[in-house]
Design a protein around this ligand. Sequence first.
Ligand SMILES: Nc1ncnc2c1ncn2[C@@H]1O[C@H](COP(=O)(O)OP(=O)(O)OP(=O)(O)O)[C@@H](O)[C@H]1O
Ligand SMILES: [Mg+2]
Length: 301
Amino acid sequence: MIRVSGLTKKFKGITAVDSVTMEVARGDIFGLVGPDGSGKTTLLRLIVGIITPTAGAVSISGAGGGAGSGGKYPGYMPQRFSLYGDLTVMENINFFGRLYNLSRKTISRRADEILELTNLSSFKARFADNLSGGMKQKLALTCALLSRPDLIILDEPTFGVDPESRKDFWKILYSLNGEGITILVSTAYMDEAELCRKVAFMSGGRLAAVDTPVNLKRNFPFKILELKAGLGDPESLAGLPGILDADMFGDRYHIRVADAGAGRKVLEDFLAARAVDDFTLREVPASIEDIFVALAESEAV
Ligand SMILES: Nc1ncnc2c1ncn2[C@@H]1O[C@H](COP(=O)(O)OP(=O)(O)OP(=O)(O)O)[C@@H](O)[C@H]1O
Ligand SMILES: [Mg+2]
């Protein structure tokens, strides 16, 4: 559905997107994750066609579902709220519908369908400024769906939205996907990365590790030891022999090692030397977050 090859975008001195080659298959839920400034937004904007690449190419096949189905372009939801706060929900929808050259009748019919799906039907007359964060994002999604695209591209659609509304939003994405809509979505949330059928990790403008969450975990070459103990900072752990890195996950440390047995021994000795005897140490399966921390550390994957 989307084919990107050698895509590069340079801004004065910064290579925001660096020779990215990737493919999004029809029907995918494709997730793009990566730290701030890693180039996610720039990549999505290149794919949508809002900015032109310095090098490389993007091709989108069959966007719009073929002749006569309207909407030649993918639906796009930018990272920042792009609607008018001083217009109501329905006024925003009418405005965007007319940008797509849809008739009033079509807009109103589609709006009814989509608002039902996004649970906004009873808020048609509310000013966008007065919607909650999660509802604003649903309205933006509604507008992105008006042209009936068969591909939608969403840039951190749930950023800053409460966990309950994030779940709602993903239910909607799944139901759209179930109707055949291909989804390309960037996210800062690792639990959302787990929900994608395919995940790509972006770092310094490059893509690494494009795979299903299951395969990413299966192929992860390290072990994760989880330590719960009252220690000062994880930095002191990271300097120990055989410890590749250590990060805080809530109230526990996730410690990346090549060999679980050897790592455990090093940590137990370390704790014994500090007379820490109240701790739990166990091996846990690597989570998507562990994998991304490791990828971000190594950068040059
Ligand atoms: N229009 C622009 N002019 C100059 N530099 C830009 C422009 N847009 C992006 N950049 C730079 O390109 C790099 C990638 O930015 P981008 O917004 O694509 O990252 P991101 O992964 O979306 O980050 P975030 O998670 O914060 O949204 C950054 O260094 C950014 O400062
Ligand atoms: Mg961004």
